[in-house]
Write a protein that binds this ligand. Structure first.
Ligand code: PEP
Ligand code: MN
Length: 336
């Protein structure tokens, strides 16, 4: 529900409306229009009648928002969100690249990869410490030791870190050590985790579920924002289809579709989307060309020996070349 206020409405006139409905448990969001002032109501607005709000003389009209995602949707926030995370900008034409290994393996491995991706111009370092593996016998990450190695890499290179949380048991450690908390595809609809991560009010990268629709992704983002976080980045990482030639099917049309529906930045993960290192470069170019706000790419200094996702990890030198070309594509898109 959006209340469009009469032109010239003062803060003093709008305040009692905000106070009354906030006390009823409604999430209030100021919406900046071109010249109009608006107030968005999110949460359970089903019991609010038109009369409940039109009694306020400063309310010109009411707009009911049909989409269930209000805080993530464009209607409540018409402008693109641009987030400043640890000094790096993302969204609304600001492009950011997250790169690093699938998992943190050793100190030497993470420091060496962090140094090389930084040299190539990456904005953030990725590296899994807690890994969601299909087989219970596969390497599941170094856990808290992995977080510490990421912290060390951050200190050494200055690159802010992105890593996945799987369990609310570790919320405190993530709050302290991580710049962007990743919620993986398999947990996209773990609603209690979404809410708890939201409550940390830290930047979050939410990956699209293996078989989730775009609207389901947006509803999950709504959970995180309703929980308290405002900086939520969405990630298209491929979805399950009948096709077996690639690990997943990269749904690049999700990028412009999401941009139409939400103000949140959208990044693309060509590594998990394709499953093959030789496909990462072309899909990165395509993502940059279709307007993605960034990329998350798996880079490993010894992919053959990687403990997780080696087949889809590019070598540092490939990443370096890719970055140069992506930059050119971005310039083209920006100036078009
Ligand atoms: C990852 O980023 O390493 C990962 C496990 O991704 P996803 O959740 O997209 O499978
Ligand atoms: Mn991986």
């Amino acid at each position: 529900m959006i209340l469009i206020l009469k032109q010239g409405t003062s803060e003093k006139e709008a305040e009692p409306i905000k106070q009354k409905f906030e006390a009823m448990g409604i999430i209030i969001q100021e919406i900046k229009g071109e010249s109009t002032r608006m107030i968005g109501f999110a949460g359970d607005t089903s019991k609010i009648t038109d009369d409940d709000v039109t009694v306020y003389s400063c309310v010109e009209r009411i707009m009911r928002v049909s989409e269930p995602y209000k805080l993530a949707g464009r209607k409540f926030h018409p402008q693109d969100s641009i987030f400043d995370i640890a000094g790096r900008k993302i969204g609304g034409g600001e492009f950011a690249v997250i790169a690093g290994p699938c998992s943190v393996e050793t100190e030497e491995q993470i420091l060496s990869i962090a140094e090389s991706v930084k040299k190539s111009g990456a904005d953030f370092l990725r590296g899994g410490a807690f890994k969601p593996r299909t087989s219970p016998y596969a390497f599941k990450g170094l856990g808290l030791d992995g977080l510490e190695l990421l912290e060390l890499a951050r200190k050494q290179t200055g690159l802010p870190v992105v890593t996945e949380i799987m369990d609310s048991e570790y919320l405190e450690a993530f709050a302290e050590k991580v710049d962007i908390i990743q919620i993986g595809a398999r947990n996209m609809q773990n609603f209690t985790l979404l809410q708890k991560v939201g409550e940390l009010k830290k930047p979050v990268m939410l990956k699209r579920g293996l078989s989730s629709t775009i609207d389901e992704l947006l509803m999950s983002a709504e959970y995180v924002i309703a929980g308290g976080a405002s900086q939520v980045i969405l990630c298209e990482r491929g979805i399950r289809t009948f096709e077996t030639a690639t690990r997943n099917t990269l749904d690049l049309s999700a990028v412009p579709v999401l941009h139409a529906k939400t103000h949140l930045p959208v990044v693309v993960d060509p590594s998990h989307a394709t499953g093959y290192a030789h496909l990462v470069e072309s899909m990165s170019f395509a993502a940059a060309a279709c307007g993605a706000d960034g990329l998350i790419i798996e880079v490993h200094n010894n992919p053959e020996k990687a403990l997780c996702d080696g087949a889809q990890s590019v070598k540092p030198e490939t990443f370096d070349g890719l970055m140069k070309k992506v930059k050119k594509i971005r310039e083209c898109v920006k100036n078009s």
